[in-house]
Design a protein around this ligand. Structure first.
Ligand code: IMP
Length: 420
């Protein structure tokens, strides 16, 4: 059995809670994309964690966690997170690092500031796009390079030299010393030097056992570098296809593809958002949903659920089951709206455009439904308030995919499952 957990919006769908829930019965949990830009909120045995890099498998002994080749790793963030989780568990969980995963080095954050992508695109300022750019430009540093420190020092010295010539005024770049960078990286990585693996083979072997292997996505489909709202996207593949490139596996054995969506829409950072609510309803969704970034603390923009975008994300990922999160946040509204089409240039369309600028021209066409006053806290599907049940049914009808899980609070217990 293998399951992929994938975000269907602009990130922050609640994947952390869902993967944590599923991870308890897994053999292995593999994070396949992104870096410390992600923010997964996890409540483990009553303690709240905001993890950025570590897969949810780390919360269970007996589960092996893997950071795959498609991830960009900031060793400093990884180590701090690991130590926090190890203190909570009373022991260190098993964490393997793909030898072909790239490292975020101190100059990547500096470059992100110099290039101004933080203010232009609202990036998380974690050095993500400079690290992925170095990977694509053949000048990146990979986890496996830590095993050859002298060659690594030379590589970093050469890269720094190029950067200093490109940014001659930058004192921070001038102050960096390749020997110190290598020493720092080796110190941080020291506990994992024996855990650097060919993740493709390790995962292939785990899949062959027939036990549950969970592939944990970061961010969401609408932030995908190829299929998202370019250029207001992140720098990697956030969709199912990213698993294949990250791990060198073809993916047909991953039959269960769980797509996670909130019951409404949020976005953090710049970029178009047709269903954004800038009124009191948007503010109340933000307050009630605690919509402030786990990584940056930024307030998230909130709006009605966008079914055009959701259908598109379902198609991109081949989703087989939906997990609907934060349904409780809509409680008490007299009516709820969903966007069922876009109006653009006088025409109505149900197609999601391939660029951010084209999405900015789209106006949402809404369907309005009755709201519900009663709590969605339920033990069985039949106990959901009737209007909430209709809302869920509408999402299923629009996407053609069953909702197998409804989440109505951050704790694992606040979850309703429907066997499919
Ligand atoms: P970057 O990934 O830091 O380069 O940021 C690019 C865009 O993706 C920005 O709009 C970020 O706010 C957004 N982003 C990146 N990671 C996440 C996430 O985990 N949740 C929500 N938005 C994200």
């Amino acid at each position: 059995m293998a399951t992929a957990v994938l975000g269907l919006q602009w990130g922050d769908e609640g994947k952390g809670k869902i993967t944590h829930l599923l991870a308890r019965s897994a053999l292995m949990v593999v994070r396949f994309n992104g870096g410390p830009n992600a923010g997964h909120t996890v409540i483990d045995r009553g303690v709240k964690f905001g993890t950025h890099l570590l897969p949810a498998g780390v919360f269970y002994s007996g589960v092996t966690s893997v950071l795959a080749g498609g991830v960009v790793i900031d060793l400093d963030v990884m180590r701090r997170e690991y130590e926090e989780v190890a203190r909570h568990l009373g022991h260190g969980p098993v964490l393997l690092l793909a030898e072909n995963a790239h490292l975020i080095l101190p100059y990547h954050r500096i470059l992100e500031e110099l290039e101004g992508s933080g203010s232009r695109f609202g990036t998380t300022r974690r050095g993500i796009s400079p690290a992925y750019c170095d990977k694509i430009a053949h000048v990146g540093v990979r986890v496996g390079d830590l095993l050859e420190p002298e060659q690594l020092r030379e590589r970093i010295a050469w890269r720094l030299d190029l950067l200093r010539r490109e940014w001659p005024q930058c004192e921070e770049l001038r102050d960096l010393d390749p020997t110190n960078i290598v020493r720092g990286q080796l110190e941080l990585a020291e506990p994992w030097m024996g855990c650097i693996v060919d993740a493709s083979r390790v995962v292939e072997q785990a899949l062959a056992t027939g036990d549950e292997v969970l592939f944990e996505g970061a961010q969401g489909a609408l932030l995908d570098v190829d299929w998202g709202t370019y250029p207001y996207v992140t720098s990697c593949s956030t969709t199912f296809a990213g698993i294949g490139t990250s791990l060198g596996i073809e993916g047909s054995s991953i039959g269960s593809r769980m797509g996670v969506t909130k019951a409404y829409q949020t976005r953090v950072g710049e970029g178009p958002f047709p269903t954004e609510l800038t009124d009191g309803i948007g503010a109340s969704l933000r307050e009630r949903g605690g919509e402030f970034g786990t990584t940056t603390g930024r307030p998230r923009r909130c709006g009605w659920l966008d079914l055009v975008a959701l259908r598109y994300a379902v198609r991109l990922n081949g989703i087989t089951e939906l997990a609907l999160t934060k349904l409780d946040v809509l409680e008490g509204l007299p009516t709820v709206k969903v966007c069922c089409a876009y109006r653009v240039g006088g025409e109505t369309t149900d197609r999601f455009p391939l660029s951010g600028d084209r999405l900015a021209e789209c106006e949402a066409v809404y369907e309005e439904l009755p709201g519900w006053k009663d709590s969605v806290e339920a033990d069985t599907w039949d106990e959901l308030p009737v209007a909430a049940g209709r809302y869920v049914a509408l999402i299923e009808e629009a996407t053609g995919v069953p909702v197998g899980l409804v989440s109505y609070g951050p704790s694992p217990e606040e979850t309703l499952r429907r066997p499919l």
